[in-house]
Design a protein around this ligand. Sequence first.
Ligand SMILES: Cc1cc2nc3c(=O)[nH]c(=O)nc-3n(C[C@H](O)[C@H](O)[C@H](O)COP(=O)(O)O)c2cc1C
Length: 269
Amino acid sequence: MNIIGAYFSPTGTTKKITWTVAEAIHQSLKESIISRRDFTLPQARQAPLEFLVGDIVVLGMPVYAGRVPNLLLPYLSSLAGSGAIGLPIAVYGNRHFDYALIELSDMMKQAGLRVIGGGAFIGEHSFSKVLAKDRPDDNDLAIARRFGEAIAEKIRRNDLSHVKLPGDENDQAYYQPKAQAGDPIDIRPVKPVTDKVRCIDCRLCAKRCPLGSIDFEDVSKTPGICMKCGSCIKGCPTQAKFFNDPGYLYHKTNLEETYTARKEPVYFL
Ligand SMILES: Cc1cc2nc3c(=O)[nH]c(=O)nc-3n(C[C@H](O)[C@H](O)[C@H](O)COP(=O)(O)O)c2cc1C
C-alpha cells in the first residue's frame, strides 16, 4: 500500500500533523511505502491531485473562515480518488473548524475516495504568534500518531466503512470577522507591507507565497491576491513583513483575546 501525506500548508502546521498521521500508518502497516504530495506552492499545483486504488491518502488542509480555503477549491476540483482510501485532516487555529472537516470529506468522497476516518487538529494561528502558540505540540502529535495507528488497525481488519464526521449542514456560512462596533468587516483586500530597513531582499517571501502574488523584482509590492496565510510574515528571516490594516489587527487581537482556552484534537473512524 502507498501512504501519501498530501497537504497545503503555508505556515507548516498542517504539514506536521498530516505527515505524523501518514508516518504512523506507514509504521503500523508492514511493507507499505510512504511519500508526500505538498501542493502549497503554485508550481506544485500544475499537476492534478490524482490517486490510485491501493493508495491511502492523508489529506491535510488548514481551516480558513471555518471552511476549506476557498481559493484552493479550483485546484481541489482536480482531486481524483479511483477507490483510494482517504483521510481528511482539518487544521485550525484554536477558534473552531466549523464546516471545514466535513466539507473536505465530501469533496474526497465525490472524487471517488473511501473516507474511512478523519480528524481536526490545532496549529498555531496563521495571524498570530500567541494564539495556539507552537502547536502542534508533543501532545497533539501523540494524538495524531494514535489516529494513524487506529486507522492502520481498521485497514488490517478490512473495515473500509465510511466514517460519519461532525458538521452542521445548516451552518455552512464562511466565518466573518467583526469590527469593534460588531459590524462585519471584509479583510480580503488587505495585503502585507514591508519594512524596507529590515528587508534584506532575500526574496524568500516571494518564493514562499502560495499564490505567487509577491513581485519578485520588488518584494514590497503584492500585485496578486493575498489570502492572509501568514507564510511571508512567519517565514521572513528579518521580520520585515507585517499587516498594518486596522480592521485586520482588530480581528487578530480579538481572536487572541477570545480563544485563549486550549482546544484538543479530535478524530473519528
Ligand atoms: C484566512 C485565514 C482564516 C482562518 N480561519 C480560521 C478559522 O475559521 N478558525 C480557526 O480556528 N483558525 C483559522 N485560521 C487559522 C489556521 O487554520 C491555522 O493557523 C492553521 O494551523 C494554519 O495552517 P498552516 O500552518 O498549515 O498554514 C485561519 C487562517 C487564515 C490564514
